[in-house]
Write a protein that binds this ligand. Structure first.
Ligand code: FDA
Ligand code: NAD
Length: 426
């Protein structure tokens, strides 16, 4: 059994949805494009799962957040794919790939052949077992990567109302889920090994603002330690978590957000990997010229840093996906991807944006006791990164622009005094 397509997108997440939209914009013909996804639904905007999806009232549900609503573009439902002659092969895992023969073998036994392949397999959540703790499959332990996880989390949350949750991990999932739990009337304790939350990005000063805000909402923090084991009752229901520092926290539910691993395994030994992802050039093309990779699974040259990076954020997945399609369909007109890294989050009434790189000296500015403050990162005498909480559209635009321009900074104290005005004046 087999089918052949000109273009195949492997994976049906954010990058796949935005790539499909770009293929149609650029005039793909009926029957040329196929998307194969393990998920049972058409591509959707994954960020909704830790935000609107978890709200107790009027929660976001599909079809409301199919791609590409995240960028205020058309909403691509299954009907849209059908109307444009795109084959959506859903609920189907690809179990092996042969880049030499240009074939993919699905778990249903079908061989799908391509001329051009875009790998958009994203990543999987790391499991506690990978850190030597067992119990991940217990009923009230939740991860959050896909729709099935989100549905499970909603059910567990509803049955734990008024109870206690332990959130393991102080990164994006931990912070966004903790806020959602509070909104759902659940008492939250966050546990993570670092001295402060969001350690990959935040400075201690920025982190302390968010931690104070969370504390004001009743969240407790246990830092500098990790989970050691669970206590169960006679029905195998978790009753408490034990931390390595000896603390015992009673728990009706547990959310685990301890990082991800890119889904590269189909291509190991076939494509060049770097920094945990599939290495691609500025056209998102891998070491095999017929195979492109985008999104969480791709390590690409970030021109502005002069080095390759693998980013785990939605803006990069969307833009890289569109760039790969441009490079495939109009190679002579497509230049190297020139991407400025952009991360953001929204929790409670707070909202921040970050652009660039968080390396070098940090200059904080603004009102850390109020609700608008930020920071610049200055490396080798130039602004390389900027962060802003509570900004307006124009202010966010200004910090993005300044980060791209990388102005020279002679006096850090002067930059601190000017603060946001420095970006707005440029
Ligand atoms: P994505 O994970 O979206 O899609 C991968 C797809 O490939 C899935 O459909 C998967 O099933 C499929 N697949 C994998 N292996 C397969 C196989 N062998 N066969 C078939 N299908 C296969 N970022 C941000 O900037 N701001 C935010 O607010 C958020 N919020 C957020 C919330 C939550 C809950 C998560 C989990 C993540 C975020 N992110 C985020 C990160 C962002 O969602 C992420 O960077 C993008 O989804 C990456 O898009 P991809 O298409 O690369 O992977
Ligand atoms: P993360 O990398 O943001 O954070 C992982 C956290 O795990 C670390 O901060 C650390 O506190 C913790 N940790 C590491 N080892 C641990 C251990 N042994 N025990 C306990 N804690 C440990 O990853 P995440 O929060 O799991 O997020 C998963 C993915 O989803 C990431 O790619 C992230 O970018 C993405 N995401 C992004 C957003 C956003 O951009 N707003 C929102 C949600 C999810």
């Amino acid at each position: 059994m087999g089918r052949a397509f000109v273009y195949v997108i492997l994976g049906g997440g954010v990058a796949a949805g935005h790539a499909a939209h770009e293929f149609v914009k650029r005039g793909v013909s009926h029957g040329e494009l196929c998307i194969i996804s393990e998920e049972p639904v058409a591509p959707y905007e994954r960020p909704a799962l830790s935000k609107g999806y978890l709200l107790p009232e009027d929660p976001a549900r599909l079809p409301a957040f199919h791609c590409c609503v995240g960028t205020n573009e058309e909403r691509l439902t299954s009907k849209w794919y059908k109307e444009h002659g795109i084959e959506l092969v859903l609920g189907t895992r690809v179990k092996s790939a042969d880049v030499r023969r240009k074939t993919l073998l699905t778990a249903t036994g079908e061989t799908i052949t391509y001329k051009f392949l875009i790998v958009a397999t994203g990543a999987r959540a790391l499991k506690l077992e990978e850190f030597g703790v067992s119990g991940s499959d217990a009923e009230s332990v939740c991860y959050l990567r896909d729709l099935a996880d989100a549905n499970r989390l909603v059910n567990v949350m509803q049955s734990s109302s008024g109870g206690n949750a332990v959130v393991i991990g102080g990164g994006y999932i931990g912070m966004e889920c903790a806020a959602s739990l509070v909104i759902n009337n659940i008492n939250v304790t966050m546990v993570f090994p670092e001295p402060h939350c969001m350690a990959r990005l935040f400075t201690p000063k920025i982190a302390s603002y968010y931690e104070e805000f969370y504390r004001s909402k009743g969240v407790q923090f246990v830092k500098g330690t990790v989970l050691a084991s669970f206590d169960f009752d006679s029905n195998q229901k978790i009753t408490a978590v034990n931390l390595r520092d000896g603390t015992k926290l009673s728990a009706d539910m547990v959310i685990v957000g301890i990082g991800i691993r890119p889904n590269t395994s189909l291509f190991e030994g076939q494509l060049t990997l770097e920094k945990g992802g599939i290495k691609v050039n500025g056209r998102m093309q891998s070491s095999n010229s017929s195979v492109y990779a985008v999104g969480d699974v791709a390590t690409f040259p970030v021109k502005t840093f002069g080095e390759t990076r693998r980013l785990e954020h939605v803006d990069s997945a969307r833009k890289a996906a569109r760039h790969a399609v441009a490079a495939i369909m109009e190679p002579e007109k497509t230049t190297e991807f020139d991407y400025l890294p952009f991360f953001y989050s929204r929790v409670f009434t707070l909202s921040w944006q970050f652009y660039g790189d968080n390396t070098g000296d940090v200059v904080h500015f603004g009102d850390f006791l109020g609700n608008s403050f930020g920071a610049y990162w200055v490396n080798k005498g130039h602004v390389v990164g900027s962060f802003l909480e509570g900004g307006t559209k124009e202010e966010y635009k200004a910090i993005a622009k300044i980060t791209r321009l990388k102005p020279a900074i002679e006096d850090l104290a002067d930059l601190e005094t000017q603060g946001l005005e420095f970006a707005l004046a440029l």
